[in-house]
Design a protein around this ligand. Structure first.
Ligand SMILES: *Cc1c(COP(=O)(O)O)cnc(C)c1O
Length: 401
């Protein structure tokens, strides 16, 4: 199938992706594409990134056989790729380091980005500090109050946190504000996108930086079990942790692949973020993808208990993989995610991010339907420290916290 050669030169995965941005910005973006394509095969750049993955991030992240959970469920055996053990606690550091190194090599002075819950902001501020770049993070005023610990982290790391004060004052407004600041000075700044979204080359570039996850997993899993996993499961917000795990296996037709979207409170408008399940093709933030949109083709309000999954669009490659049927996209709601959050905490001693809990919840549904000699490899994209106060406040009584 040769999925690894995607996208085409214009950045299209089938009909999805591309670059729908103002012409003056397109020139700058073309420059980023050219620099990236040159650097990505440069032995020095590759060695530098590999060294940081090993000695700074702590890669390879281990695979853990969740024996207790598997036994309790009584079906397929569940394994976890432990991206939660990375420095900063999630997979996002993988692409932030790549983007920071690229910016440095291109002679940029500053990284800018938006952040919702602050996870991308913290990972990027970390990479900026390490590589020696300034960092401006745009964040909705509402999120700044809600996600106080991450705001403090970014500031400790030396980043400026700039409030977006218009509209609903959350993620979408933060994107608007960051984009506006970027357009004002695209020469000395690089906009470091936080997932496999945005105009070409970002979906390709972020995927390339994340595919270390699947490459490691393939080798580790073979070492541990003598074969390939039968099934892969990962949660999908923009889709970076999922495509990071999937890429190495896309051409292995015997491996079933599942992406998990949040169905939130219900499938009513505004109560979920199940983009691939309920969306239709449209354009958001400079690229084409499945999109939850209103009657004016504007991105619709979305919701999930996991703020990292709360995006009305999705990566163009996932949109394509859905259409060709290579990946099956399923839904998990808030309640199921919280159940899985507590189950894996109490049975395996691992507190997952609420995003990752969606993947675990789907694996918990899938396992009992499969024979015991089958395996499921779940991408545990991040740790749950950031979620414990919210959980205690909202589910404390029910779960004895
Ligand atoms: C941001 C985030 C996600 C969602 O982003 P993707 O690009 O879909 O991977 C998932 N898990 C964690 C822990 C995150 O921080």
């Amino acid at each position: 199938m040769m999925n690894n050669t995607l996208p085409n030169e214009q950045g299209f995965f089938g009909e999805y992706g591309g670059s729908f941005i103002p012409p003056q910005l397109q020139e700058i973006i073309n420059d980023i594409t050219a620099s990236y394509l040159k650097l990505k095969d440069d032995p020095e750049f590759k060695a530098e990134l590999a060294d940081l993955y090993k000695h700074y991030v702590g890669r390879p992240s281990p695979i853990f056989y969740a024996k207790n959970l598997s036994k309790k469920l009584g079906g397929a055996q569940i394994y976890l790729k432990r991206e939660d053990l990375n420095h900063t606690g999630a997979h996002k550091i993988n692409h932030c380091l790549g983007e920071a190194l690229l910016a440095k090599k291109m002679g940029k002075k500053k990284l800018i980005a938006e952040t919702g819950a602050g996870q991308h902001g913290v990972a990027l501020a970390t990479a900026a500090a390490l590589v020696g770049l300034e960092c401006d993070i745009y964040m909705g005023e509402v999120d700044i109050v809600k996600e106080h610990p991450n705001v403090v982290r970014m500031k400790i790391l030396g980043a400026r946190v700039i409030p977006a004060t218009h509209g609903r004052k959350t993620l979408k407004e933060a994107v608007d504000a960051a984009f506006e600041a970027y357009v004002k000075d695209p020469i000395t700044q690089l906009y470091a996108i936080g997932s496999v979204v945005g105009p070409h080359p970002f979906p390709m570039m972020v995927r390339d930086f994340q595919q270390v996850v699947g490459r490691e997993a393939k080798e580790q899993f073979l070492d541990m079990t003598g074969r390939q996993p039968n099934n892969l499961v990962a949660c999908v917000g923009g889709g970076s942790n999922a495509i990071g795990l999937f890429t190495a296996f896309l051409d292995d037709e015997n491996v079933n692949i599942y992406g998990v979207e949040p169905s939130g409170l219900s499938f009513k408008d505004g109560e979920h973020a199940a983009t691939l399940t309920k969306g239709t093709p449209g354009i958001i933030h400079g690229f084409k993808c499945y999109l939850l949109q209103d009657e004016n083709n504007e991105p619709a309000p979305v919701y999930s208990i996991a703020s990292g999954l709360d995006y009305p669009g999705v990566g163009p490659q996932h949109s394509y993989l859905k259409d060709i049927g290579r990946v099956q996209y399923e839904c998990i709601n808030d309640k199921e995610a919280v159940e899985a959050f507590f189950e894996i905490s109490r049975v395996e001693g691992i507190i997952p991010a609420l995003e990752s809990a969606h993947a675990i919840a789907y694996a918990m549904k899938l396992a009992p339907t499969l024979p015991q000699d089958e395996t499921i490899l779940v991408n545990l994209s991040g740790r749950g420290d950031k979620d414990i106060d919210y959980i205690a406040e909202n589910y404390g009584q029910e779960y004895n916290v």
